[in-house]
Design a protein around this ligand. Structure first.
Ligand SMILES: [Zn+2]
Length: 374
């Protein structure tokens, strides 16, 4: 789709404005100032606000991801019948609310990601059966009434997230039998940040290969989402990880910024900031970031909840790790050094090990060494 930005105009802009108005992020009616289909300053501000609360990249423009999020935000529970369609799964805030209600009641409805998949349908049918409703897997008025009545009496508990943690602890310290998908960012025509011969795509592929070798030596089954040259879409990358039934998904990037001062290491996990986040993803985001910082001395830019597709459409704990800024003179020197990339790889592997270790055996950050060495 065409990216809508300040200066754009036409029916697509008017449609976006209508949604922003319905969400009360934009003032005025269709005939008013900000309803005329001109992408003005007020519209940009509203888009930024929307992106911020949704955990999207905040750029004030409407690209594919923001457009989809806007579409999903239009639906609130009760607006339409919710039914599983394997061909075209329903997406929306109403689906997310349904998932949250089911999870709060103790039904495994999959992750509260706003996508109505098979797991959500299974959870919904189980709920309907237990409460003497017609177990047709369709959320209509009767089911909705029952959900809302019961939902008010139950508090806390996200059983599916607790189960996620439990299954990780049960697996023990080694990585044998664990499936880990590494996702080197960019690739193909998309080189990421480029300076002369150096591209982010090549560097993160090199880094992923170093991680791959070490994880494999520790007994894990490791897959990369792309080869040295390929450039799959976000959808292909997440589908690959889902098909591989991965236990963990790690996307690797290096950052760049217009300001030469920006530097450091950041990590991202799935979450909306409103509590519906992946606890294991958050835990791994912290572990990986801290290990890299402890071993490289790079600046700590924190861990952040995001709803990016790459984090959201994966069914396992998923993390994106940004290992420094290629646009920063010192970070760049480090990242161009193969030995430093090996150090980062060691840090990543140590954080994976720590994720699968029982808590009482967890060593302090920066000290854990693999028996496999290297
Ligand atoms: Zn990147």
């Amino acid at each position: 789709m065409e990216i809508l930005r300040p200066g754009s105009s036409g029916p697509a802009v008017a449609e976006v404005q209508a949604v922003l108005r319905a969400l009360e992020l934009l003032a005025g009616d269709a005939a008013g100032e900000s309803g005329c289909g001109e992408f003005d300053e007020a519209t940009e501000l509203a888009v930024r606000h929307f992106q911020q609360v949704r955990g999207l990249s905040v750029d004030g423009r409407v690209g594919e991801e923001t457009y989809r999020a806007l579409n999903e935000a239009r639906w609130s529970l009760g607006d339409r019948l919710l039914r599983y369609d394997p061909e075209r799964p329903l997406r929306g805030d109403d689906v997310r609310r349904l998932q949250e209600l089911l999870l709060e009641l103790g039904y495994d409805a999959g992750r509260a990601d706003g996508i109505l998949g098979a797991e959500t349908e299974t959870g919904l049918r189980a709920f309907q059966r237990d409460y003497g409703l017609n177990a047709d897997g369709t959320c209509g008025p009767a089911t909705l009434r029952a959900l809302k009545q019961l939902g008010r009496r139950v508090t806390g508990g996200r059983p599916q997230l607790l189960r996620q943690s439990a299954s990780l602890v049960e697996s023990g310290p080694h990585l044998i039998g664990r499936v880990i998908v590494l996702d080197p960012g960019h690739g193909g025509d998309d080189t990421g940040y480029t300076a002369g011969e150096t591209t982010e795509a090549d560097l993160v592929f090199d880094l992923a290969s170093r991680v791959e070798g070490r994880l494999a030596a520790a007994g894990a089954k490791v897959y990369l989402t792309r080869g040295r040259t390929g450039g799959p879409t976000a959808e292909e990358r997440t589908a690959f990880a889902n098909d591989a039934r991965a236990d963990l998904f790690l996307s690797l990037h290096m950052e760049a910024h217009g300001s030469a001062h920006a530097r450091g290491v950041a990590s991202y996990y799935y979450g909306t900031g409103s509590g519906a986040s992946s606890t294991v993803g958050e835990q791994f985001a912290n572990l990986a970031r801290r290990e890299v910082i402890a071993r490289t001395g790079m600046l700590d830019c924190g861990s952040h909840a995001k709803t990016w597709d790459i984090l959201r459409m994966t069914r396992m704990p998923s993390v994106r790790l940004d290992c420094g800024y290629l646009s920063h003179p010192v970070d760049r020197l480090l990242l161009l050094d193969a030995r430093l990339r090996s150090t980062i790889a060691q840090a990543v592997v140590a954080s994976v090990q720590r994720l699968f270790l029982p808590a009482e055996a967890d060593p302090p950050t920066g000290t854990f060494l693999l028996p496999a060495g290297g």
